[in-house]
Design a protein around this ligand. Structure first.
Ligand code: BDR
Ligand code: CA
Length: 319
């Protein structure tokens, strides 16, 4: 059983990533959610984290509120891609569940020490909380087993031609995480997440499965799909963060390369991840394993297999 903390800014795909993790009760022990401002401000994303746990009837899992702004910059407003509420404009009622008193950074440091080498961090938002923990505690890095990041890209971006949202939101934090010397860092960036698109057919299947969780996923992805249409003329929507959970359940869902990764923190390419494959740049010391492709079929096998097992075969036949 792998012990994980998901550091998150829910966020449509964040919410789905969390629900997938919760469905894998025998493989993943979700110790907590720590929140970070990103897709929406810190109060909204923290409430959203509580709402998702309530939906899954997992109020026992604690939520810790994290940083409200990037490490060295002001937060850039602009929440619209995930709706005004950060969850696709479904405007669920305020949750009864509240976050803990302790801050996310304090919790991360304390938990890392408690678990000593047996804790996997899964940051699927800007890397501010993780960077603050690194800064505050010199022993934090060595206490972590693996960091599985959704962010960055070897090629391309979604906030500029070269920068992906999570790194672009807090480039200094992302840079620090890659420089910190973690035992194992896995970067699941846009090169891989581009392979896990929720098609209109699979989205409709979520509606027809008709459980509170499947209907929620259907509802929150409406705005996301509309934006993909508006901007890219694509039908459906990308499930970026969900691929990190799928990777935890079956690492072979992605194809990886060894690399040295650094992050640009100024200029035209601000927030861009620079991926030196060590195969081509042997002088560079590896600090990361980078996912460069995902197996779409395997992803949906994992997704439906854990969340809606009765519909796995139907889903796979629709692909
Ligand atoms: C990332 O940005 C956010 O909008 C998503 O939740 C995901 O973490 C994709 O670039
Ligand atoms: Ca996210």
């Amino acid at each position: 059983m792998r012990k994980i903390v998901i550091d998150t800014d829910p966020g449509i795909d964040d919410a789905i990533a969390i629900l997938l993790a919760l469905s894998a009760r025998e493989e993943l022990e979700l110790l907590a959610l720590t929140t970070v401002s990103g897709n929406a401000d810190i109060d909204k994303v923290t409430k959203n984290a509580c709402k998702v746990l309530e939906l899954a009837e997992r109020e026992d899992i604690p939520v810790y509120k994290g940083c409200h702004k990037p490490l060295m910059r002001e937060r850039i407003e602009g929440d619209d891609f995930h709706g005004d509420d950060g969850l696709g404009n479904v405007h669920l009622a305020d949750p009864v569940k509240k976050e803990e008193e302790e801050s996310a950074v304090d919790f991360l440091i304390q938990k890392a020490h408690e678990e000593k080498g047996k804790l996997t961090l899964v940051p699927i938002g800007p890397l501010t909380n993780i960077a603050q923990a690194i800064r505050r505690d010199p022993e934090f890095v060595e206490c972590i087993e693996e960091v599985v990041i959704m962010g960055g890209a070897e090629n391309g971006g979604n906030m500029s031609p070269h920068a992906e949202f999570n790194f672009w939101s807090d480039p200094e934090a992302a840079k620090l995480v890659f420089q910190a010397g973690f035992k194992k860092v896995t970067m699941i960036g846009l090169d891989a997440t581009g392979w896990v698109f929720l098609s209109p057919t699979l989205r409709e299947l979520l509606y027809l499965i008709n459980t509170p969780v499947s209907r929620f996923m259907h509802d929150i992805t409406r705005v996301y799909a509309d934006d993909h249409w508006k901007i890219e003329k694509k039908l459906g929507c990308e499930l970026c963060d969900v691929l990190t959970t799928a990777y935890l359940l079956d690492p072979s869902v992605v194809e990886t390369v060894d690399a040295f990764v650094d992050v640009e923190t100024s200029g035209l390419c601000d927030g861009a991840s620079v991926v030196y494959r060590t195969l081509y740049y042997p002088d560079k010391t590896q600090n990361c394993t980078v996912a460069v492709k995902a197996d779409t079929k395997k992803f949906y096998e994992i997704f439906f297999g854990y969340l809606f097992p009765d519909y796995k075969d139907i889903a796979l036949n629709m692909m």
